[in-house]
Write a protein that binds this ligand. Structure first.
Ligand SMILES: Nc1ncnc2c1ncn2[C@@H]1O[C@H](COP(=O)(O)OP(=O)(O)OP(=O)(O)O)[C@@H](O)[C@H]1O
Ligand SMILES: [Mg+2]
Length: 229
Protein backbone atom coordinates (compact mmCIF):
# COMPACT_ATOMS: atom_id res chain seq x y z
CA UNK A 1 0.00 0.00 0.00
CA UNK A 2 2.78 2.45 0.98
CA UNK A 3 6.41 2.36 -0.08
CA UNK A 4 9.12 4.94 0.43
CA UNK A 5 12.52 4.52 -1.10
CA UNK A 6 15.40 6.80 -0.07
CA UNK A 7 13.05 9.72 0.51
CA UNK A 8 14.32 13.13 1.52
CA UNK A 9 12.38 16.32 2.08
CA UNK A 10 14.02 19.71 2.31
CA UNK A 11 11.81 22.71 2.98
CA UNK A 12 13.22 25.77 1.22
CA UNK A 13 15.74 27.08 1.58
CA UNK A 14 17.55 24.35 3.52
CA UNK A 15 15.42 22.83 6.30
CA UNK A 16 15.93 19.07 6.03
CA UNK A 17 12.81 17.36 7.45
CA UNK A 18 13.35 13.79 6.15
CA UNK A 19 16.64 12.16 5.19
CA UNK A 20 16.94 8.92 3.23
CA UNK A 21 13.76 7.31 4.57
CA UNK A 22 12.92 3.74 3.49
CA UNK A 23 9.58 2.31 4.57
CA UNK A 24 7.07 -0.32 3.57
CA UNK A 25 3.55 -0.53 4.93
CA UNK A 26 1.47 -3.45 3.68
CA UNK A 27 -2.28 -3.41 3.12
CA UNK A 28 -4.03 -3.87 6.43
CA UNK A 29 -1.06 -2.83 8.59
CA UNK A 30 -1.27 -0.60 11.63
CA UNK A 31 1.77 1.65 12.06
CA UNK A 32 2.79 4.19 14.66
CA UNK A 33 5.23 6.94 13.78
CA UNK A 34 6.95 8.12 16.94
CA UNK A 35 9.65 10.73 17.47
CA UNK A 36 10.35 14.06 19.14
CA UNK A 37 8.85 17.35 18.02
CA UNK A 38 10.41 18.37 14.71
CA UNK A 39 11.53 14.80 13.88
CA UNK A 40 9.54 14.76 10.62
CA UNK A 41 6.36 12.84 11.53
CA UNK A 42 3.89 15.30 10.02
CA UNK A 43 6.08 15.77 6.97
CA UNK A 44 6.05 12.02 6.35
CA UNK A 45 2.24 11.95 6.56
CA UNK A 46 1.97 14.96 4.25
CA UNK A 47 4.00 13.16 1.59
CA UNK A 48 1.54 10.24 1.77
CA UNK A 49 -1.40 12.57 1.30
CA UNK A 50 0.12 14.65 -1.46
CA UNK A 51 0.14 17.78 0.69
CA UNK A 52 3.93 18.01 0.19
CA UNK A 53 6.22 16.48 -2.41
CA UNK A 54 9.46 14.67 -1.66
CA UNK A 55 12.64 16.53 -2.67
CA UNK A 56 14.17 13.23 -3.76
CA UNK A 57 13.44 9.51 -3.63
CA UNK A 58 10.27 7.61 -4.39
CA UNK A 59 6.89 7.66 -2.60
CA UNK A 60 4.24 5.15 -3.67
CA UNK A 61 0.75 5.15 -2.13
CA UNK A 62 -1.91 2.72 -3.29
CA UNK A 63 -0.02 2.12 -6.54
CA UNK A 64 0.37 5.83 -7.27
CA UNK A 65 3.72 7.54 -7.63
CA UNK A 66 3.45 10.66 -5.48
CA UNK A 67 6.31 12.40 -7.28
CA UNK A 68 4.65 12.41 -10.67
CA UNK A 69 0.99 12.31 -9.62
CA UNK A 70 -1.35 14.87 -11.19
CA UNK A 71 -3.82 17.02 -9.33
CA UNK A 72 -6.65 14.73 -10.48
CA UNK A 73 -4.62 11.76 -9.24
CA UNK A 74 -4.30 13.36 -5.82
CA UNK A 75 -8.03 14.09 -5.74
CA UNK A 76 -8.87 10.47 -6.53
CA UNK A 77 -6.35 9.19 -3.97
CA UNK A 78 -7.83 11.44 -1.30
CA UNK A 79 -11.23 9.87 -1.81
CA UNK A 80 -9.67 6.62 -0.57
CA UNK A 81 -7.94 8.17 2.43
CA UNK A 82 -9.38 9.35 5.74
CA UNK A 83 -7.23 12.03 7.32
CA UNK A 84 -7.06 13.44 10.80
CA UNK A 85 -4.45 16.18 10.75
CA UNK A 86 -3.19 18.52 13.46
CA UNK A 87 -4.88 21.49 11.82
CA UNK A 88 -8.18 19.64 11.32
CA UNK A 89 -10.85 21.89 9.93
CA UNK A 90 -14.51 21.42 10.72
CA UNK A 91 -17.18 23.22 8.71
CA UNK A 92 -18.15 26.15 10.96
CA UNK A 93 -21.73 26.50 9.70
CA UNK A 94 -22.64 22.86 10.08
CA UNK A 95 -23.59 21.04 13.25
CA UNK A 96 -21.48 18.25 14.67
CA UNK A 97 -23.83 15.67 13.17
CA UNK A 98 -23.69 17.26 9.73
CA UNK A 99 -19.92 17.70 9.84
CA UNK A 100 -19.60 13.94 10.25
CA UNK A 101 -22.39 13.08 7.80
CA UNK A 102 -20.89 15.42 5.21
CA UNK A 103 -18.22 12.87 4.32
CA UNK A 104 -20.96 10.71 2.80
CA UNK A 105 -22.86 13.51 1.10
CA UNK A 106 -20.34 13.75 -1.73
CA UNK A 107 -20.65 9.99 -2.19
CA UNK A 108 -24.37 10.28 -2.80
CA UNK A 109 -25.57 8.43 0.32
CA UNK A 110 -29.09 9.52 1.33
CA UNK A 111 -29.58 11.80 4.29
CA UNK A 112 -31.21 9.25 6.63
CA UNK A 113 -28.42 6.79 6.14
CA UNK A 114 -25.76 9.51 6.49
CA UNK A 115 -27.21 10.65 9.77
CA UNK A 116 -27.68 7.12 11.05
CA UNK A 117 -24.02 6.28 10.46
CA UNK A 118 -22.86 9.65 11.82
CA UNK A 119 -24.86 9.08 15.00
CA UNK A 120 -23.32 5.66 15.52
CA UNK A 121 -19.81 7.09 15.28
CA UNK A 122 -20.58 10.11 17.43
CA UNK A 123 -21.98 7.78 20.04
CA UNK A 124 -18.79 5.73 19.99
CA UNK A 125 -16.85 8.98 20.42
CA UNK A 126 -18.91 9.97 23.47
CA UNK A 127 -20.39 12.97 21.64
CA UNK A 128 -24.06 11.98 21.58
CA UNK A 129 -24.95 15.07 23.65
CA UNK A 130 -23.24 17.45 21.27
CA UNK A 131 -24.69 16.43 17.91
CA UNK A 132 -26.58 19.71 17.40
CA UNK A 133 -23.71 21.93 18.53
CA UNK A 134 -21.62 24.06 16.18
CA UNK A 135 -17.84 23.53 16.08
CA UNK A 136 -16.98 26.91 17.61
CA UNK A 137 -18.76 25.88 20.83
CA UNK A 138 -16.72 22.67 21.23
CA UNK A 139 -13.58 22.09 23.26
CA UNK A 140 -10.38 21.19 21.40
CA UNK A 141 -10.74 17.54 22.31
CA UNK A 142 -14.37 17.45 21.20
CA UNK A 143 -13.46 19.00 17.85
CA UNK A 144 -10.76 16.42 17.47
CA UNK A 145 -13.20 13.59 18.07
CA UNK A 146 -15.60 15.03 15.49
CA UNK A 147 -12.74 15.16 12.99
CA UNK A 148 -11.96 11.50 13.70
CA UNK A 149 -15.59 10.45 13.24
CA UNK A 150 -15.63 12.36 9.96
CA UNK A 151 -12.55 10.52 8.74
CA UNK A 152 -13.93 7.11 9.69
CA UNK A 153 -17.43 7.46 8.26
CA UNK A 154 -16.36 6.98 4.65
CA UNK A 155 -14.74 3.64 5.41
CA UNK A 156 -11.49 4.65 3.72
CA UNK A 157 -8.84 2.13 2.65
CA UNK A 158 -6.18 4.13 4.45
CA UNK A 159 -6.38 6.34 7.52
CA UNK A 160 -3.64 8.88 8.18
CA UNK A 161 -3.80 10.46 11.60
CA UNK A 162 -1.49 13.14 12.93
CA UNK A 163 -1.51 13.28 16.72
CA UNK A 164 -5.20 12.29 16.85
CA UNK A 165 -5.23 12.23 20.64
CA UNK A 166 -3.22 15.41 21.24
CA UNK A 167 -5.97 17.10 23.25
CA UNK A 168 -7.45 14.03 24.86
CA UNK A 169 -7.08 12.37 28.23
CA UNK A 170 -6.22 8.70 28.57
CA UNK A 171 -9.78 7.40 28.49
CA UNK A 172 -10.72 9.41 25.40
CA UNK A 173 -7.43 8.49 23.72
CA UNK A 174 -8.25 4.87 24.30
CA UNK A 175 -11.69 5.33 22.71
CA UNK A 176 -10.12 6.93 19.65
CA UNK A 177 -7.57 4.17 19.32
CA UNK A 178 -10.23 1.50 19.82
CA UNK A 179 -12.06 2.91 16.79
CA UNK A 180 -8.85 2.99 14.77
CA UNK A 181 -8.13 -0.59 15.79
CA UNK A 182 -11.66 -1.61 14.86
CA UNK A 183 -11.23 -0.05 11.40
CA UNK A 184 -7.90 -1.82 11.11
CA UNK A 185 -9.45 -5.15 12.08
CA UNK A 186 -11.91 -4.61 9.23
CA UNK A 187 -8.98 -4.30 6.82
CA UNK A 188 -8.19 -0.58 6.82
CA UNK A 189 -4.52 0.40 6.77
CA UNK A 190 -3.81 2.87 9.59
CA UNK A 191 -0.79 5.16 10.03
CA UNK A 192 -0.69 7.28 13.18
CA UNK A 193 1.91 9.86 14.17
CA UNK A 194 1.93 10.45 17.90
CA UNK A 195 3.88 11.54 20.95
CA UNK A 196 1.63 9.33 23.03
CA UNK A 197 4.14 6.71 24.17
CA UNK A 198 1.76 5.27 26.74
CA UNK A 199 -0.69 4.43 23.92
CA UNK A 200 2.05 3.01 21.71
CA UNK A 201 3.07 0.66 24.51
CA UNK A 202 -0.49 -0.22 25.44
CA UNK A 203 -1.49 -1.06 21.87
CA UNK A 204 1.70 -2.96 21.07
CA UNK A 205 1.69 -2.44 17.29
CA UNK A 206 4.46 -1.85 14.79
CA UNK A 207 6.22 1.46 15.46
CA UNK A 208 8.90 3.39 13.63
CA UNK A 209 10.90 6.03 15.44
CA UNK A 210 12.04 9.16 13.63
CA UNK A 211 14.94 11.25 14.85
CA UNK A 212 15.81 14.45 13.00
CA UNK A 213 14.42 13.10 9.75
CA UNK A 214 15.84 9.58 9.92
CA UNK A 215 14.23 6.29 10.90
CA UNK A 216 16.27 5.08 13.86
CA UNK A 217 14.06 2.15 14.85
CA UNK A 218 11.38 -0.12 13.38
CA UNK A 219 9.80 -2.28 16.05
CA UNK A 220 7.40 -4.91 14.83
CA UNK A 221 4.43 -6.16 16.77
CA UNK A 222 5.78 -9.69 16.36
CA UNK A 223 9.00 -8.91 18.19
CA UNK A 224 7.26 -7.18 21.06
CA UNK A 225 4.74 -9.96 21.35
CA UNK A 226 7.59 -12.48 21.15
CA UNK A 227 9.39 -10.69 23.97
CA UNK A 228 6.30 -10.84 26.10
CA UNK A 229 5.71 -14.55 25.65
N1 LIG B 1 6.30 24.27 5.86
C1 LIG B 1 7.52 24.19 6.42
N2 LIG B 1 8.52 25.02 6.05
C2 LIG B 1 9.75 24.93 6.59
N3 LIG B 1 10.11 24.03 7.52
C3 LIG B 1 9.16 23.17 7.92
C4 LIG B 1 7.82 23.20 7.40
N4 LIG B 1 7.10 22.22 8.00
C5 LIG B 1 7.96 21.61 8.85
N5 LIG B 1 9.19 22.17 8.81
C6 LIG B 1 10.37 21.75 9.56
O1 LIG B 1 10.63 20.39 9.24
C7 LIG B 1 11.00 19.66 10.40
C8 LIG B 1 10.04 18.49 10.60
O2 LIG B 1 8.75 19.05 10.90
P1 LIG B 1 7.47 18.14 11.15
O3 LIG B 1 6.33 19.06 11.26
O4 LIG B 1 7.43 17.08 10.13
O5 LIG B 1 7.84 17.50 12.57
P2 LIG B 1 6.95 16.63 13.57
O6 LIG B 1 7.73 15.40 13.91
O7 LIG B 1 5.59 16.45 13.02
O8 LIG B 1 6.88 17.56 14.87
P3 LIG B 1 5.68 17.73 15.96
O9 LIG B 1 5.76 16.54 16.85
O10 LIG B 1 6.07 19.00 16.68
O11 LIG B 1 4.38 17.85 15.22
C9 LIG B 1 11.04 20.66 11.55
O12 LIG B 1 12.36 21.10 11.70
C10 LIG B 1 10.15 21.79 11.06
O13 LIG B 1 10.57 23.02 11.60
MG1 LIG C 1 3.69 17.10 13.61
Amino acid sequence: MIRLHNVSKIYPPDQAALKGVDLKVADGDFLFIAGASGAGKSTLLKLLFGAQRASSGEVLVGGRNMTTITREGIASLRREIGVVFQDFKLLPRRTVLDNVAYGLEVLGVNIRERRRLALLLLHAMGLEDRIDAYPVTLSGGEQQRVAIARALIRKPKLILADEPTGNLDHEMSRRVFDLLLEANAAGVTVVVATHNLAMIEELNRRSIVLDRGKIIGDFSKASSVGGAL
